[in-house]
Write a protein that binds this ligand. Structure first.
Ligand code: AN7
Length: 380
């Protein structure tokens, strides 16, 4: 008899709240169940009394939150008889699609913007055997092409316009509510296509009596009649706060952006696919959108690595960068509980990390003397 129950992934764990039945073959890599880490040092550094938790989604099997949606999307694609999946991606979706397709024994086609995805993500897509199609264009061009080609070829789209993706991703909110015993006051996320902020809101609504007996219209899957909702257990929902990179901030501009640019390549998206739903999430939750400069994003990434020991990719640090600014200004008041989602692991983008690292990289002779002086010279 095993001493503890084996965790076998989020679909099995939350199967009564997801669109599966007992005959569904689950395509899983044990995703979900990620740590919610309370920051020890950063609140003091910014001089405010707040509880900041980071949900470390970089610890999913392929290193990003995309696994939550992909296990669901690929499970349903296989159940529906699909032999191939396709997505456009800034990197993480392609890595997840490639891995879950490999797991399922089907083909993944991934369209990525040439030269604009982080190295780790490209390595993943290639290693898992996806057919990688680099396009001379950006994510938004890729997304348009994927929608067009899916009308002419037998492939299932696994971008977040596939409603099963948001169903899988909503489970991150379930985990947070279960761990804190209530929803946080604020939930901050980086926003690209705005699928994840929408998915979290669906999750919080399904877990809250505040949404009444109907689930918010933001639920793409069920149009407000979610038969998978288990029923309310807590009476609060967070304000949802979405941060974009300044060079890629259509929600701040109030319209689509044609040539998005940012060091946070994961969220280099100018035409968000969940545009209407994300506006609804902001309205219903009483939250807001804001933008962070590339400098703020990289500074937050570095602060987190140096002062908390947590390594996330640049896009992910956008949630903390924005939250820190709003905590400092008092827009997020002292006494609040704040969750920041760290959407992807820092190892995804080693180039950006090394480029901005200021830690001394010492090369010395292989002798005791030189190693000893390297240590004594660098004691803090
Ligand atoms: C690390 O991989 O869109 O607002 O194609 O990889 O739900 O789009 C990635 C998005 C945040 C934004 N953080 O989430 C893709 C892709 C990371 C990401 C986002 C992404 P959404």
């Amino acid at each position: 008899m095993p001493l503890r129950e084996r965790y076998t992934g989020l679909i099995n764990h939350y199967r009564d709240r997801l669109p599966v039945d007992e005959n569904t073959r689950l395509i899983s890599l044990g995703e979900g169940n990620t740590p919610l880490i309370k920051l020890n040092n950063i609140p003091a550094l910014i001089g405010k009394k707040v509880d900041i938790y980071v949900k470390y989604e970089g610890l999913n099997p392929t290193g990003s939150f995309k696994d939550r949606g992909m296990t669901m999307a690929v499970t349903k694609a296989v159940e529906e008889g699909s032999r191939a999946i396709i997505c456009a991606s800034t990197g993480n979706t392609s890595a997840a699609a490639a891995a879950y397709a490999a797991r399922a024994g089907i083909t993944a086609f991934v369209l990525i913007p040439e030269g604009k995805i982080a190295l780790g993500k490209l390595a993943q897509a290639m290693m898992h055997g996806a057919v990688v199609i680099q396009i001379k264009g950006n994510f938004d061009d890729g997304m348009r092409l994927v929608k067009e080609v899916a009308e002419h070829a037998p492939v299932t789209i696994v971008n977040s316009i596939n409603p099963y993706r948001l169903q899988g991703q909503k489970t991150a909110a379930f985990e947070i509510v279960e761990e804190l015993g209530r929803a946080p006051d604020y939930h901050c996320l980086p926003v690209g296509n705005a699928g994840n902020i929408t998915a979290h809101w669906i999750g919080y609504c399904e877990y809250s009596s505040a949404s009444g007996d109907h689930v918010t219209a933001a639920c793409a899957f069920c149009n407000g009649e979610c038969k998978f909702a288990r029923g309310a257990v807590v009476d609060n929902r967070p304000k949802m706060v979405g941060y974009q990179a300044a060079g890629s901030a259509p929600f701040m501009r109030g319209e689509m952006v044609d040539n998005p640019d940012t060091v946070a390549t994961a969220i280099r998206i100018g035409h968000p696919q969940s545009w209407d739903m994300a506006w609804k999430v902001k309205e219903e939750s009483g939250g807001w959108f804001d933008e962070c400069t590339d400098e703020e994003i990289l500074a937050a990434q570095k602060l987190l690595t140096e002062h908390e020991g947590i390594f996330c990719e640049p896009a992910s640090a956008t949630s903390l960068a924005g939250a820190m600014r709003d905590i400092k200004s008092g827009k997020i008041p002292e006494g609040s509980s704040v969750v920041c989602t760290l959407t992807g692991h820092g190892l995804k983008d080693p180039d950006t990390a090394i480029k901005q690292s200021t830690a001394p990289l010492l090369t010395v002779e292989a002798t005791l003397d030189s190693v000893k002086s390297a240590i004594l010279d660098n004691m803090s």
